[in-house]
Write a protein that binds this ligand. Structure first.
Ligand code: BTN
Length: 243
């Protein structure tokens, strides 16, 4: 992957989407500072300049190479890469479905995958990743943590991004290979936050709170949740965790 560092930009995802036609697949756009970082559900992503990693991995696909039905694979790949990187930094993280990375009950990394659809499947994807590295106070958000807070050590942002890019290079081919994908899928499922334990959730459509047990995910990325004797399948944004 080729890493390009930008000084200040509104959002690396927005910049990647704006300049997509001039970017090669495999480019990583990273910013020292984002002035309008974007999060899930239209939220903002607030972090202090120069302390964390905020970057977007740009992928491009040939016609028909990446069926839209596989798009959840990219949402699984990103937190797996980050969890592996964090493990090498001495931090044991879990994936909170679908793609947040948590340590205990605190969020260390948020991910915003944006796909561009072509005439035959996904033609490009922008994998936006915000990883809290050296920041120690989070006045704008509650429940956040960072590598520094967890280990007491600062990490070099350049080197960390090189390592993360290397992990993308290593794991990305598995997305196109069902056998290799099976083992990453298993790694994703077995590392899920709250897997196999009773916890409280809200069914977004009805507003009902319920006790459920996460059992895993389907191939398309729906959450498999046991509620009493029933197994419910939830799509993204249809259920929320009560932390
Ligand atoms: C979330 O809400 O958890 C997703 C946060 C994603 C933030 C990253 S930072 C780099 C990239 N550029 C953005 O504007 N957002 C993503």
């Amino acid at each position: 992957m080729k890493i390009i560092w930008l000084d200040t930009i509104d959002s690396t995802n927005s910049e990647a989407l704006r300049t997509l036609s001039s970017l090669e697949g495999g480019t990583v756009l990273a910013a020292f500072e984002q002035t309008a970082g974007r999060g899930q559900r239209g939220n903002r992503w607030f972090v202090q300049p120069g302390k964390n990693l905020t970057f977007s991995v740009v992928l491009k696909f040939e016609e028909g190479q990446f069926p839209a039905a596989w798009s959840f694979r990219l949402n699984m790949l990103c937190p797996l890469v980050i969890a592996r990187f964090l493990r090498s930094a001495g931090v044991s993280a879990k994936v909170k479905w679908p793609n947040d990375v948590y340590v205990g009950r605190r969020k260390i990394c948020g991910i915003l995958v944006e796909n561009v659809l072509g005439s035959d499947g996904v033609s490009a994807a922008v994998l936006g990743i915000g990883l809290n590295v050296n920041q120690t106070d989070f006045p704008e958000v509650s429940g956040a943590t960072s590598v520094r807070l967890l280990t007491g050590r600062d990490l070099d942002l350049n080197e960390s991004l090189e390592d993360i890019s290397g992990l993308f290079d290593e794991l990305l081919p598995a997305v196109f290979d069902d056998d290799r994908w099976a083992s990453l899928f298993a790694e994703y499922e077995s590392g899920l936050f709250a897997l196999g334990i009773q916890a409280q959730y809200v069914d977004v459509a009805s507003g009902d709170e319920f006790t459920g047990v996460i059992r895993g995910v389907t191939e398309e990325g729906r959450l498999r949740m046991a509620v009493g004797d029933e197994i419910r399948l939830y799509a993204f944004k249809e259920v929320s965790f009560i932390l």
